[in-house]
Design a protein around this ligand. Sequence first.
Ligand SMILES: O=P(O)(O)OC[C@H]1O[C@H](OP(=O)(O)OP(=O)(O)O)[C@H](O)[C@@H]1O
Length: 209
Amino acid sequence: MAEDERMYISYNNIHKLCQKVAKHILARNERPDIIIAITGGGMIPARIIRSFLKVKGQKNIPIQAIGLSLYEDLGLKNSVETIGKEVIRTQWLDFSALNQHFDSLIGKKILIVDEVDDTRTTLHYALSELEKEVVEQQNLLNRINEDTVFSIFVLHNKDKPKKADLPDSMINSGRYIAAQTVPDMWLCYPWDAEDIEEHTELAKAQGND
Ligand SMILES: O=P(O)(O)OC[C@H]1O[C@H](OP(=O)(O)OP(=O)(O)O)[C@H](O)[C@@H]1O
């Protein structure tokens, strides 16, 4: 891929995108009860947006991490059609250290955070597994009347055909929030930069500072 097809993103840019999205979420009166960061890329945006979602007199929003990795499945047959990507869980929710009022996601407003929506495989997996878990627990605890509301925040949505969907209800109600929709190019995040000064300059030159 040619150098000019890369998009460089600075820490400052990420900070400002998180601030903008937090304002939007608060204006819609949709402050989450919990943030779920998809590791590793979702962790830094999750931590930043939490600061901007802070409201005086309210506790900090807890952040939980789920570990999802895209695993290259080469398939059994030697043909391109069998090559796909599978999501592997490396870490999941753990409420054991929180108080008993926060023992599940039932009835909560939940913000799932990742840095990029590329093929949408990861977000689809995260949302459908979390929704499944909520329904299982609702049945188990006989709490079926409580509404659980999921939203998604990503820094960048790549404008490309997706390999998996998110519910229309989520998209149509504005609960899928991409701070920026970008062309399908190579995104260079600052945490991967070997030379952060040079990286930041490149980001500035592209207007991403
Ligand atoms: O929309 P998709 O095609 O599913 O791709 C997006 C996912 O890919 C990257 O994760 P990766 O598996 O590389 O792990 P990492 O975040 O730990 O780098 C990224 O952080 C997203 O979670």
